[in-house]
Design a protein around this ligand. Sequence first.
Ligand SMILES: Cc1cc2nc3c(=O)[nH]c(=O)nc-3n(C[C@H](O)[C@H](O)[C@H](O)COP(=O)(O)OP(=O)(O)OC[C@H]3O[C@@H](n4cnc5c(N)ncnc54)[C@H](O)[C@@H]3O)c2cc1C
Length: 466
Amino acid sequence: MAATPLLDELRAALGESAVLTDPDLLRMHQRDEADLCAAGTPLVVVRPRDTGEVVAAVRAAARHGVPVVPQGARTGLAGAANAVDGALVLSTVAMTGIREIDPVARIAVVQPGVVNATLAGAVAEQGLYYPPDPGSWESSTIGGNVATNAGGMCCVKYGVTSEYVLGLEVVLASGEVLRTGRRTAKGVAGYDLTRLFVGSEGTLGVITEVTVALRPAPEESLTLVAVFGSTTAAGTAVARIAAQGLTPSLLELLDRTHLRAIEAYRPMGLRTDAEALLLAAADTGPRAADDLARLAGLCTAAGAEEVYTATDAVEAAALLQARRLAYPAMEQLAARTYPDGAGGLILDDVAVPRGALARMLDGVARIAVECDVPIGVVGHAGDGNLHPIMVVDRADPASVARGRRAFDEIMRLGLALGGTCTGEHGVGLLKREWLAREIGPVGVRVHQAIKSALDPANLLNPGKVL
Ligand SMILES: Cc1cc2nc3c(=O)[nH]c(=O)nc-3n(C[C@H](O)[C@H](O)[C@H](O)COP(=O)(O)OP(=O)(O)OC[C@H]3O[C@@H](n4cnc5c(N)ncnc54)[C@H](O)[C@@H]3O)c2cc1C
């Protein structure tokens, strides 16, 4: 067993059981869900249970000049949680306390390791709603959601995680504990440090407590499906829906590749002959039926071949579940296409103004042909946020190179259309070059100045974001 002074200090502070050095466990904590991203082997994984233990771990690592890589559930899709060689991986999965749910202030205070669905379920018992719902909600943690500013299907109406983070407790690289934000409905004191840490991907501090805003539980939603003969027509429908001032509670797109992959993964009677499917919902209470009828009309006017409404909540839930299965279904498709573990996915996450969605979808189809790589598209269409997924043969460098070229072309097009290189997955390792292009040299300098003010020795999640 390794017995460096750092490990001795960690064991003394956190106890043997919270300090993991077993090679299998180290391997398990090397990477998140992003395919084809570099990952090192950590020296040690620690699982602190409270803020004091996080402080002890960060201080010990700093004393020994060892980098610290925070990790939640490792469901990230940008390599942001990947270890670097010799790092201390600080996993917050044992910090699972829901400290408080206050229905009057409409807030909850939680430790970072609480799983999204656990929080959503706990507040629902009190008639409240925590909207951010990444597809990984049954496994990803609130700490990871905050550190990536996660989105999800509800964002078209309710916005991303940052809309719900009122305050944070953060352990800085120095080991000091910073409290940001507030518990009040309003509050404007000082710089908005809470927003600074939201989406910082573990590079500025370790989040040890989160105060989130809650909403009243929405009325039951009504769901419709619109089937299109082209992704472009589906994109046009989205722009028209936005132009009419409608705010569906869900507006998701699945292309034919995804419909077929999901149907093969878990058959549920999806229209696999369609080129694209839009899934929309309205949860505005008494107006829901009217809103749904208007959504249906706009889809038909944009060229939908078929529009139908889910008959009941069970069918609506099944349709949502189909959407949530998009990524595992594509993983299975890659494995079927290139057996023996050679199937790989290069996942993109581009967001464009809604009015440019149809052009973006057109462009992705063109890029697939030009780069000679299969690309499936799924996305939070109502936000203009698409996830084009390249299926590659990782055993064939030429196939991987074609996939990477397509990835770059999609980024280039997204920025040219006034978009951003990441709508919700974050920068991590995958998008560093594209972030620099997006924010320009002044933006890079400001990012670097903030990083070096808070983490002068570059110990926190080095090599990510910038
Ligand atoms: C099937 C599937 C569907 C997905 N769907 C969506 C989706 O709809 N929307 C979306 O936005 N994302 C989605 N994701 C991506 C991923 O789930 C999110 O990025 C999620 O927020 C990551 O949470 P995590 O707990 O797994 O964090 P990790 O992957 O472990 O870490 C992510 C980042 O957060 C940092 N971090 C984690 N915990 C802390 C902490 N306590 N303090 C400081 N930094 C920390 C890490 O260093 C890393 O930079 C999906 C992933 C999968 C596999």
